[in-house]
Ligand binder design. Structure first.
Ligand SMILES: Cc1cc2nc3c(=O)[nH]c(=O)nc-3n(C[C@H](O)[C@H](O)[C@H](O)COP(=O)(O)OP(=O)(O)OC[C@H]3O[C@@H](n4cnc5c(N)ncnc54)[C@H](O)[C@@H]3O)c2cc1C
Length: 479
């Protein structure tokens, strides 16, 4: 007897698709995942060679689906400290210790690990096929083999579009008029390049290394060139560096070759040895190390087409620039919300789902699997849409976003807000929360929509204080 809830077809085997495959298999869907590349998530792709930092938010989402990132995936490094470096000669590196770790994974290793878990849970994984078309009425998706060109059609009850920031699923939904508004996208004006250096300890600056654990990760910021980089420890003792700079700047260095990188790296990584900097410059200037754009901020009018049984998870539904390190964490969280939606509709101890108001519990199993899947999609849309939109807004407007990193510089106001909130947090013994940006970066258990609201309050408070100070002095002078 087939006891499945329905057939789930997942497009894309990145972190979101892979986790969704495990989650839906565990919850009695028949799952097929189709990935464009011929192996786990395009591991040959250089642009996928970067490190993803899973913060406590992402870790909670993974645990919700039964995976502990520190013990169940053996390819990550758990880190409890961040070292912030500056470029001024007298700048003392600052160490920020964390109660809960950030766990670092190379993107391909994370996806390969999650795909393995999905397979163990019973999902069928198909590599090397590209989604080309969807018949949303008949619920049939068409794929084309990248090697042979062979066309395969697959039917589904629930279609999960997890095909990344340039999602074909999303484009088809838009082109077929299934969104009630346009999709908005804005490209990042920063690019990144990645290099792997064979040493780690030597790159720890001497002052900071005194009490920093070996697995600290480091950030480097140089305001003069607007470059901002990160270095991460890898499980094999090597260091992965992501060098991030404005597009024009990086293109120019690349064109001029290894010598042009040297002065930039001298300011940027001032506390490194010459040998380490030369190695980095050589790798960055190598012909096949092409600067890659950070991606798109994507605002969608809905997280899929619930009435057609289609959901968007991860970057396809809420793509964002990598600047705040939230994309994958938000993607995993969306899968955990999809798990909530499935359990609300189909769980044994479910409550009446909000999306299915009017549907009696006992009628759920009288429905077709297609109708049940539509209810899941509606529930997911209701539970996740506001947060999904909020995180894209936060990335676009926040530090690291275009306004601060690029031409429209808002740094002074940003630093003022950050200092004001940090002081208020300390003097009120945490009655006033930490600045929203820190709560976000350190993965506090707060919905993104609440953080967006807090950010707006912080701005209003900052303007109020800025106006109140001159008003106060004016009052004293004219009294
Ligand atoms: C340099 C950099 C650093 C980052 N650092 C962090 C970080 O520290 N923390 C963090 O949380 N996030 C980070 N991110 C963002 C993070 O990588 C993404 O948000 C995350 O990978 C999104 O996962 P996803 O599964 O939604 O999409 P993707 O990872 O893009 O996966 C989509 C998958 O779908 C496949 N696909 C695409 N089209 C089709 C098709 N037509 N048919 C079939 N398959 C298809 C692709 O091959 C791919 O495997 C970073 C991003 C970059 C670029």
């Amino acid at each position: 007897m087939d006891t499945s809830i329905g057939n789930a077809l997942i497009v894309g085997g990145g972190p979101a698709g892979a986790l969704a495959a495990k989650m839906l298999s565990d919850r009695k869907f028949n799952v097929t995942l189709v990935e464009l590349y011929p192996d786990p998530s395009g591991s040959q792709e250089k642009r996928h060679a970067y490190v993803i930092s899973i913060n406590p938010r992402g870790a909670r989402a993974l645990r919700r689906v039964g995976i502990d990132p520190t013990t169940d995936l053996d390819c990550g490094v758990a880190s409890y400290a961040l070292i912030r470096n500056g470029t001024k000669a007298n700048y003392a590196p600052k160490i920020k210790k964390m109660d809960e770790p950030h766990v670092f994974f190379r993107r391909q290793k994370l996806t390969a690990g999650l795909l393995e878990k999905a397979k163990e849970a019973g999902a069928t994984i198909v590599y090397g096929e590209k989604l080309t078309d969807i018949d949303f009425d008949e619920k049939i998706a068409t794929f084309e083999s990248s090697e042979t060109g062979k066309v395969t059609k697959r039917s589904y009850d629930l279609l999960v579009g997890a095909d990344g920031v340039k999602s074909v699923t999303r484009t088809l939904l838009e082109n077929r008029g299934l969104f009630d508004g346009p999709v908005r996208t804005i490209e990042d004006d920063m690019q990144y390049q990645v290099a792997v250096l064979p040493h780690w300890k030597e790159l720890l600056c001497s002052e900071a290394s005194v009490d920093a654990p070996d697995t600290s990760f480091q950030s480097y910021a140089d305001r003069s060139s607007n470059t901002n980089s990160l270095s991460f420890p890898l499980p094999d003792g090597k260091t992965l560096v992501t060098f991030i700079a404005p597009s024009g700047f990086l293109d120019k260095l690349k064109k001029e070759g290894v010598e042009s990188y040297k002065p930039a790296l001298e300011t940027h990584f001032s506390n490194w040895s010459d040998e380490a900097r030369l190695e980095l410059a050589t790798q960055l200037a190598a012909e096949d190390n092409v600067p890659t754009n950070g991606g798109l901020c994507v605002w969608t009018p809905a997280l899929g087409a619930p009435k057609k049984g289609v959901v968007l998870v991860g970057d396809s539904g809420h793509g964002m620039w990598p600047s705040l390190g939230q994309g994958c964490n938000a993607a995993l969280e969306s899968v955990s919300v999809l798990a909530d939606a499935v359990e609300a509709v189909c769980g044994t101890d479910y409550v009446i789902p909000s999306a299915g108001a009017g549907v009696r519990k006992e009628d759920i199993w009288e429905m077709t699997s297609g109708e049940r899947s539509c209810l899941v999609a509606e529930e997911y849309q209701g539970l996740r849409y506001d947060d999904a939109k909020a995180i894209v807004d936060l990335t676009f407007n926040g530090i690291g976003g275009r306004r601060v990193r690029g031409q429209q510089n808002g740094t002074v106001m940003f630093l003022f807000k950050l200092s004001l909130m940090t002081i208020l947090n300390k003097v009120t013994l945490s009655i006033v929360p930490k600045p929203f940006l820190l709560r976000m970066q350190f993965g506090d258990d707060v919905p993104y929509s609440t953080l967006l609201w807090q950010g707006k309050c912080e701005t209003m408070l900052a303007y109020f204080v800025l106006l109140a100070i001159p008003a106060f002095f004016a009052l004293i002078m004219f009294k």
